[in-house]
Ligand binder design. Structure first.
Ligand code: BEZ
Ligand code: FE
Length: 291
């Protein structure tokens, strides 16, 4: 097609995309071309701004390493990861979803551990936290043999993959539910932490004058054949950043009941009970964002 005006570019690009033999590819790419062209018209993007966008995309790739996923982080702060999570996990239906975004710090192959074991693999000062819970199906029956994969940041706000002071796989572990669907483990209470701001995503947060701190949380990934994999997070109800999570990850269903005893004394401890429901379906592990 010889292009005689701007509208013909959109028409020609849509016709080109429609040649794809994969129907899902054609559906996604034609929606992308329609929305992208509408966006470019809407903001009247300048040549200099397009060059800035190329530079930004290139730097997202350059900032990504085996232990850091800048593309996932940028998707998270745009709200794209949480939106996809909620659209795919029942937030549009009659029940509230228990799912949350995966985030950029899940690692495959965390050590399998006995129920009751500690996640601490190197000295990690902090308030002791005992976590227990039960996994049930949609009818309320306990599910045995669910892999409960847990990971969280240390009380200084760093995952072990970001922190040379912590042992490999510190504050990560995989537990298996018993015949009553129960699991339990010991750890220390995590604190909130800033999302990484030393790359291009940090520039965007600063340009938008956004605070970078996520509320404290524990991550869970629950996996068993025959059930949809549940990826979720649990937040303490007293965290000051619950309503201003930079990755929009907090929904009411994810606020947990952290029970503190001996508050303010040297014997302060915390207990958290978290129950999860798995829907029947196909189990699927996500692609790990880091190695
Ligand atoms: C996290 O939960 O670990 C996380 C999620 C999104 C961006 C950065 C960190
Ligand atoms: Fe996290």
């Amino acid at each position: 097609m010889i292009i005689r005006d701007p509208d013909m570019v959109t028409e020609a690009a849509l016709a080109a995309v429609a040649r794809a033999s994969d129907q899902r590819h054609a559906e996604i790419m034609s929606a992308l071309v329609r929305h992208l062209h509408a966006f470019l018209r809407d903001v009247r993007l300048t040549d200099a701004e397009l060059e800035t966008a190329f530079d930004f995309a290139n730097r997202i790739g350059q900032a990504t390493t085996d232990s850091h996923n800048e593309a996932a982080l940028f998707s998270d702060v745009l709200g794209a990861s949480t939106l996809v999570c909620l659209l795919n996990n029942g937030m549009t239906g009659p029940t509230e979803t228990g799912a949350a975004l995966l985030g950029p710090f899940w690692r495959l192959n965390a050590p399998e551990m006995e129920n009751g074991a500690s996640l601490l693999r190197s000295p990690t000062p902090g308030t002791p936290l005992d976590v227990s819970g039960q996994v049930r199906d949609a009818r309320g029956a306990p599910i045995e043999g669910v892999r409960v994969d847990v990971w969280h940041a240390s009380p200084v706000g760093l995952y072990e993959s970001q922190d040379p002071e912590q042992a490999d796989m510190n504050l990560r572990g995989v537990f298996k539910t018993d015949a009553d669907g129960r699991f339990q483990f010991h750890t220390v209470r995590p604190l909130g932490y800033p999302v990484p701001t030393d790359g291009p995503t940090g520039e965007v947060l600063r340009a938008q004058r956004r605070q970078p701190n996520r509320p404290a949380h524990l991550h869970f990934l629950l996996y068993r054949e025959g059930f949809r994999t549940l990826i979720t997070q649990v937040f303490p109800d007293d965290d000051p950043h619950l309503a201003e999570d930079p990755v929009f990850g907090v929904t009411p269903a994810l606020i947990g009941d952290f029970v503190v005893s001996g508050r303010g004394t040297p014997d302060e401890r915390c207990a958290l009970m978290c129950n999860f429901t798995l829907e029947a379906g196909t189990a699927r592990l996500p692609t790990p964002p880091i190695k």
